[in-house]
Write a protein that binds this ligand. Structure first.
Ligand code: PLP
Length: 404
């Protein structure tokens, strides 16, 4: 039977202590015990239902974590203060000195910088490869490799990982496949395709209101316990814990994710088709012209579409900047990084979210100066949005330049 991630979220019920329809928020950093023995047992992780200290865990964080685990179809999950606060402990938990990561070369700039510049301090090395070519991925695996790392849909180039194919490789070489699913919540369920660990920056579509940063690691009970171990857990010891007030608020937003994703995807598909028919170089996994369209289709939970992210290439940074400024001026969206907001957000990744990647490597991976990344909003009238965007392009002579 098809996996239905939104049903999984909706079927969970948590009530507040007075019968509230929302669970009560645990507004405490520490918890009392009637007996010293129970406190000791809780510290040792042997007292179910007891809480000790909110960096370890809190009821509010558990509620959100369990809802996200249900969405991804994993045994459990651990929420964190940001997406990077989820990614970095996972890598440090899985790798020690001498170990090696095979990573997609088109990933979020912060993750790239962590693997390229930071983990080598601990003698953890990374090879960056074209994740869409399984033979290239396989050739990069060495006897020290512990992790295959990718994004389901990559930031910013929207390359699509063949998760089932990567999972087979991970199994063959006894590696952990870690998938960042930030760009495609609900649409793709990586754990169902064989990923061992699924990460999200909750900052984006899942929270959807651009009012907080947050992250989550979804995985087996065994791995999440390791991350949270008081003696050796990277999440516990590095301490990037989400605050309970925030996790309560993200949980409330999670409940509308299915409605929002359908609308983001519908609007993005509409614009991608129109942009492409104007002759603009348009990348969107929903277009037949996307090199991994069929792979996305074979992996997707159809109802939620191909996601809210698309890119166009207008040929130069100057043109990209002029277009973004004009679109913002006409209230078509905001010149801002991040994604998943109700309003369309656009930025030029080469000079913003991917600026950590050196220019020559940007060129090699096809990240051009004129690339604009759009996170398409929940616009009620996407036809009007398109007509207004087209008018901006005409005023700036972008279409003539593109078609020339
Ligand atoms: N993963 C992806 C795909 C992202 O786009 C981002 C942020 O832009 C992150 C992870 C990092 O998340 P955060 O900013 O919440 O730490």
């Amino acid at each position: 039977m098809a996996f239905k991630p939104a049903n999984k979220i909706q079927d969970l019920q948590y009530f507040g202590e007075f019968g509230g329809v929302n669970p009560s928020i645990s507004d405490s950093s520490t918890y009392t015990f009637l007996s010293a023995k129970t406190m000791f047992d809780t510290f040792e992780g042997n007292a179910d239902g007891c809480y000790l200290y909110s960096r370890h865990t809190s009821p509010s964080n558990l509620y959100l974590g369990e809802a996200l685990a249900a969405m991804e179809g994993t045994e459990t999950a651990n929420v964190s203060a940001s997406g990077m606060g989820a990614i970095t402990p996972v890598i440090l938990q899985l790798c020690g000195a001498g170990d090696h990561v095979v990573s997609s070369r088109t990933i979020y700039g912060g993750t790239y910088a962590f693997l390229k510049n930071f983990t080598p301090r601990f003698n953890i090395k990374a090879s960056f490869v074209d994740i869409t070519k399984l033979e290239v991925v396989e050739a990069a695996i060495t006897e020290n490799t512990k992790v295959l790392y990718c994004e389901s849909v990559s930031n910013p180039l929207l390359e699509v990982a063949d998760i089932a194919g990567l999972a087979k490789l991970a199994k063959k070489y006894d590696l952990k496949l870690v998938v960042d699913n930030t760009f495609s919540p609900l649409s793709i369920s990586p754990a169902k395709l064989g990923a061992d660990i699924v990460i999200h920056s909750l900052t984006k579509f899942i929270n959807g209101s651009s009012d907080t940063v947050g992250g989550v690691v979804c995985g087996t009970q065994e791995f999440i316990n390791e991350l949270k171990d008081v003696n050796s857990g990277a999440s516990m010891l590095l301490g990037s814990t989400m605050d309970s007030l925030r996790s309560a608020s993200v949980l409330k937003n999670l409940r509308t994710l299915h409605v929002r994703m359908e609308q983001h995807s519908k609007n993005a598909m509409y614009l991608a088709e129109r942009f492409q028919s104007l002759g603009l170089k348009t990348v969107y996994p929903g277009l037949q012209s996307h090199p991994s369209h069929d792979i996305f289709k074979s992996m997707m939970n159809e109802k939620y579409g191909f996601g809210g992210m698309l890119t166009i290439d207008v040929g130069s940074l100057d043109r990209a900047n002029a277009l973004m400024e004009m679109m913002q001026h006409k209230n078509l969206g905001y010149l801002a990084v991040s994604l998943g907001f109700y309003k369309t957000l656009f930025s030029a990744p080469g000079t913003s979210t991917s600026s950590e990647i050196p220019e020559d490597e940007q060129a090699e991976m096809g990240l051009t100066d004129g690339l604009i990344r759009f996170s398409i909003g929940l616009d009620a009238d996407i036809e009007r949005t398109f007509n207004m965007m087209k008018a901006c392009m005409e005023e700036l002579h972008i279409l003539e330049a593109e078609l020339a």
